[in-house]
Every structure is written in C-alpha cells, then in structure tokens.
Design a protein around this ligand. Structure first.
Ligand code: HEM
Ligand SMILES: N=C(Nc1cccc(CNC[C@@H]2CCCN2)c1)c1cccs1
Length: 349
C-alpha cells in the first residue's frame, strides 16, 4: 500500500486519490481533510522562496475556519486570529484558512493587504497623514462609509470583508487585539519625541494559499517581524514614512551631500531603535543577522532531508548590511514548488 512519502499520517494514497477524482467528477472541486490542509499550509510556508524565516515551518498553527460563511464571521475570526497569534507578548506563527471558492459558491475575500495596517489620510492640500502605501485604500474605505480614526499617523484601518460581489463589510479591530510598541532609542532621548510606534504582528491577508490546485484566497498568516522590515522599509522608504531626513537632522548630520552617508547612519539608528523598543517591551522580534543564520541552518537541514529549498536572493538578503550577513555570499535555486503562497492572478502589486 502506497503512503504519501512525506506525510505517513495521511493514510493510503491510492484510495484517497480515487476519492478526490470522484468528488471532482461529482462537484467540480474537492475538499481537503483537516490533516491535508494543515500539512499543505506548512509545506506552502516551506516552499515560500522569498521567506527568510522558514526554519520553524513545522510549528505553524493552523486554524481551520472553512465553515465560516458570513462577512461578520470572517471579521470575528480575523480578530480571534490576532488574539491567538499573540495571547501575550510572545508571537506564534499562525494561519487561519477560510473557505475557497467552490463552483457557484464564492468564498470570502479580505480586501486588506495585512490584518493590521495604518491609514494614509489624503488631505485636501495634497499632503498625507499616515502610511502613503494605503492612501488610495483609505480613501476608498472612507467613500464606503468608514468615519476614519482620530487622524494620527498610526490609525489602524478597519477590516474589509466581502463574500460574493458587492461592497465589503467594514469592521473595526478592537484596540486590545492590536499589540503595538512605542519606539524609543537606547541613547537619543529626542527619538521618543518623534512619537513613533509600530504594531507587533505582521499578518498577510492578500495572498492565496495554493494546495493541490485549490486556492484559499482568504488565508491570513502571521509570523513575527524582522526589525529591518520596520526600521529599513516601513519607516524609512521615501514612499512610506520617509523618516531618514528627520532622523539624520536630529542627529546633526550633513544631509547636503550623499557622501556624508547620512542616510546610512540614520538607517542604522532607526533599526537600533526598533530592536531596542521591541526588546524592552518583551515582544517577539528577530534581527537580520540572527535570521540570516537561522535561514542557512534551515537550508542545510532541507538539503540533508533530500529536499530542494527554493530561495529568491533579492528577497532573502536583508535591505541593510547585506554583505555583512551570510545569506549574501551564495546563490540559490528559485524553483516554484507547490503547495505555496501566491499573489492572485487578478491583483497587480
Ligand atoms: C516566524 C517568523 C517569520 C519571519 C521572521 C519571516 C520573515 C519574512 C520576511 C522578512 C519576508 C520578506 C518580507 C518583505 O520584504 O516584505 C518574508 C516573506 C514571506 N514570508 Fe516569511 N517570515 C516568518 C514567518 C512566515 C510564515 C508563518 C509564513 C506563512 C505561513 C511566511 C510566508 C512568507 C511569504 C509567502 C513571503 C513572501 C511574500 C510575498 O511574496 O510578497 N513567513 N518573510
Ligand atoms: N515578517 C513578516 N513579513 C512579511 C512577510 C511577507 C510579506 C510581507 C509584506 N511584503 C510587502 C512589503 C511591501 C513592499 C515590499 N514589502 C511582510 C511576516 C508576515 C506574515 C508572516 S511573517
């Protein structure tokens, strides 16, 4: 009797395949068992070639919510996801899987890119308060009736959920479900006065979990942050919070010439502040040196297990101090494996 090589618990393969083929012939699709769904989600993470954090792929917690069939129910389960993923200050990699589309029965759609994102308020004078990446999304939500938050640069956006066509349900995430860290610097007292903060749980909600040809379009998943994502991209990119000139000026650097490397000094101090603040708050976060080492450990383990570990150098190598991390100094094989997490066909990034 043939058992699936990687997943002995799955039972005999031939009879399962016969069952699946019969279900597809009958209904045009098929339904994963809870075991297939959990293993498929873990292997999809293991196959995510842009992810540096895959060492712990076996520990992914899977919340099977395929029975939830109202937008209100989906919004409630997204909030429950955030509570489950960070019951305290420790963050646990978790995925919640909602129903896929079935012939004639569309599954839920989460319109947010991540469960927690900050609004970008486009003001009448052309300026923007908050995260510019979500300016258009925020304007769309306000046209759909969202009253907007207090108007700070860090107002958490509501969840937007729909099933089938039509406008989405907008649902505010309760504040006690949003773990946030105020940002301070270990040496510069003026840093706190910038009034910066960031949320602790990155939860991607706009990717499709593809397992055996089934696309779970609403399957939010979280890990924890690597500090550079906040310190080198979200707060530093010119088309995000664009804080390098602000930090450099406060440090008294010469921002008049690139050759003073003022951007580089500001980047490092911003990243030091992020790591220091999460450490002080006791909230899970990793640094890019530790995470690079862990990834190469993962790569080695996968090779020993006789598996190919796909990786995309341009995403694996951190956005600062690239060649100071071990992942920089080698090549990778970026083969597309399945199961995997993919961007929807119709969404353009
Ligand atoms: C546990 C801690 C984790 C860390 C530190 C981590 C770190 C990262 C980082 C830094 C990126 C690049 C993001 C960017 O540059 O915008 C990334 C990408 C990615 N991660 Fe992980 N990750 C973790 C867990 C997970 C989990 C649990 C999943 C899914 C179950 C996952 C799936 C992915 C995917 C699919 C991408 C590529 C996203 C895209 O193509 O846009 N990661 N990860
Ligand atoms: N630490 C994380 N970061 C992460 C992972 C995947 C995707 C993203 C968001 N990527 C899109 C941004 C926006 C432009 C370039 N990066 C962040 C995780 C998010 C969910 C699980 S781990």
């Amino acid at each position: 009797m043939m058992f699936h090589a990687e997943n002995p618990a799955a039972g005999p393969l031939k009879s399962r395949l016969r069952e699946v083929r019969a279900e597809i012939a009958r209904t045009g699709t098929y339904t994963h068992t809870p075991g297939e769904l959990a293993f498929g989600a873990r292997v999809a993470w293991r196959n995510s070639s842009k992810c540096i954090g895959r060492l712990y792929w076996r520990s992914l917690r899977v919340r099977d919510r395929r029975h939830v069939d109202t937008p209100e129910g989906v919004a409630v389960e997204c909030v429950n996801h955030l509570r489950d993923a960070a019951p305290g200050r420790r963050i646990r990699p978790t995925i919640t899987v909602f129903a896929p589309d079935r012939p004639g029965v569309p599954g839920p759609r989460i319109w947010n890119e991540q469960l927690i994102r900050y609004a970008g308020y486009e003001m009448d004078d052309g300026s923007l308060v908050g995260d510019p990446r979500y300016g258009r999304f925020t304007t769309m939500l306000r046209k759909l009736g969202w009253p907007g938050g207090p108007g700070t640069p860090f107002d958490v956006l509501p969840l937007a959920v729909s099933i089938g066509g039509g406008s989405p349900l907008l649902s505010t995430i309760p504040g006690d479900a949003v773990l946030e860290v105020p940002l301070t610097h270990p040496v510069y007292p003026w840093f706190e006065r910038l009034g910066l903060r960031w949320h602790a749980v990155p939860a991607i909600s706009n990717m499709c979990l593809e397992i055996g040809g089934i696309c779970y379009r609403a399957a939010p998943f979280n890990g924890w942050y690597m500090g550079t994502e906040i310190g080198a991209r979200n707060l530093a990119d010119a088309d995000r919070y664009d804080l390098l000139p602000t930090v450099a000026r406060a440090m008294g650097l010469d921002t008049g010439t690139d050759r003073s490397l003022w951007r580089d000094y500001a980047l490092v101090e911003l990243n030091i502040a992020v790591l220091h603040s999460f450490e002080r708050a006791g909230v899970t976060m990793t640094d890019h040196h530790t995470e690079s080492r862990r990834f190469l450990t993962h790569l080695d383990r996968e090779e020993r297990a006789g598996r190919l570990c796909p990786a995309d150098w341009s995403w694996i190598v951190p956005p600062i101090s690239a060649s100071a991390t071990p992942v920089f100094h080698r090549y990778y094989d970026d083969r597309q494996l399945s199961p995997n997490f993919v961007h929807h066909r119709d969404s353009v990034d």
